[in-house]
Design a protein around this ligand. Structure first.
Ligand code: UT7
Length: 325
């Protein structure tokens, strides 16, 4: 049976690093608080020539280079993002133009931190219908433009970056073989980013200051641990697997304490969970593809390994996905 495999990965992080010490000069916070509560030490901040689509395009070029696939061979480009370059056209269209991927159709998806996992499931379903497709899937964010730099509850958490994968069909037993994607829109106001353009002019609020991320951190924390655990255990059960069968788990990188809680509940040892949170912070839809690229380059996945993704974000959106590498 044809399944969707990842042929190549790539990532791109902005040049500028913002450390916890730098943040101490911006808001009332401390390296000690940020490190102990989140595990984050640094995050990257995009400069003028590092707009979302530019980071996305560089990540894509790196992924394409690994595979030897030319941009003209791509059939579809999907960008998962909550910080698109513009509302219209999609960031994926900008990437298509930059790459010269003239034969690809292109669109964005919005599922917050779960965007890449939603996108990989989508790509897998395309491949099931059209096994010859070559799909470029990117998670890319410039959240530094969307955080309120006066709000210490959020500005210390997020970072910029992009990760990309090339997905194609294969019948050698590898590829995506299961997913469990979920959403609960009733809990939207635990984590959101609105903008005045979204409202009827009569409804626009005077106090609105910008398209900022707003979050109820402690509620999100509790939901994240419980819902990701549930998404993973039910998916494993569905495939007659246990956590011991998983060679590497690549979770969304939001908070080291969330990951520790999740690890303990699932009973997976630390060495089988990939974590790079301390260097990049929470890059939302970009976090898993950046981690995938780093894990791949560090040789953390061998051919045939079972890789588990799990994720959680605004929406609420969350889920898990299994693939044989
Ligand atoms: O990407 C997916 C979605 N996002 C997440 O998964 C994030 C989930 N949530 C979290 O990571 C954590 O809840 C946070 C890191 C955001 C907060 O950690 P917490 O242990 O839940 O702290 P808290 O929100 O309960 O706040 C504790 C205290 C508060 O002070 P008071 O009210 O107790 O006096 C905050 O004002 O820490 C204060 N605080 C800070 N202090 C220093 C909040 N942010 C900071 C800060 N520096 N940056």
């Amino acid at each position: 049976m044809i399944k969707a495999v990842i042929l190549g990965t790539g990532s791109c992080l902005p040049e500028k690093t913002l450390s916890n010490a730098d943040l101490e000069r911006i808001v009332e916070t401390s390296d000690e608080w940020i490190t102990s509560r989140t595990g984050i030490r640094n995050r990257r901040v995009a400069g003028r020539d590092e707009q979302n689509y530019q980071l996305a395009t560089k990540a894509a070029r790196r992924a394409l280079a690994v595979t030897g696939i030319e941009p003209e061979e791509l059939d579809l480009i999907v960008v998962a993002t909550i910080s698109p370059h513009m509302i219209m056209p999609s960031t994926a269209c900008f990437v298509q133009a930059e790459l010269g991927a003239v034969n690809a159709f292109a669109y964005d998806i919005s599922a917050a931190c779960a965007g890449f996992t939603y996108g990989l499931d989508l790509a897998s379903n395309y491949i099931r219908n059209r096994p010859d497709m070559k799909i470029l899937l990117i998670g890319a964010e410039t959240l530094s433009a969307r955080v309120n730099w006066e709000d210490r509850n959020t500005c210390v958490l997020f970072g910029d970056g992009a990760g990309a994968v090339i997905v194609a069909g294969s019948n050698d037993g590898r590829g995506v073989f299961g997913s469990n994607l979920r959403a609960d829109g009733k809990l939207w106001n635990l984590l959101y980013m609105d903008s005045p353009e979204s409202y009827n002019p009569d409804l626009r609020r005077d106090e609105w200051q910008g398209p900022f991320i707003r979050m109820n951190g402690s509620d999100i924390f509790k939901h994240a641990v419980r819902l990701m655990e549930d998404a993973v255990t039910s998916l494993l059960r569905q495939h007659d697997l246990t956590i011991d069968d998983v060679d590497l788990m690549i979770p969304h990188q939001a908070n080291i304490r969330i990951l520790k809680n999740l690890r303990e509940r699932l009973g997976i040892p630390e060495e089988r969970v990939f974590v790079n949170l301390s260097q990049y912070g929470n890059t939302s839809a970009a976090s898993i593809p950046i981690a995938l690229d780093e894990a791949h380059r560090q040789g953390r996945m061998a051919r045939g390994d079972i890789v588990l993704l799990c994720t959680f974000g605004g929406g609420l959106t969350w889920g898990s996905l299994l693939m044989r590498w």
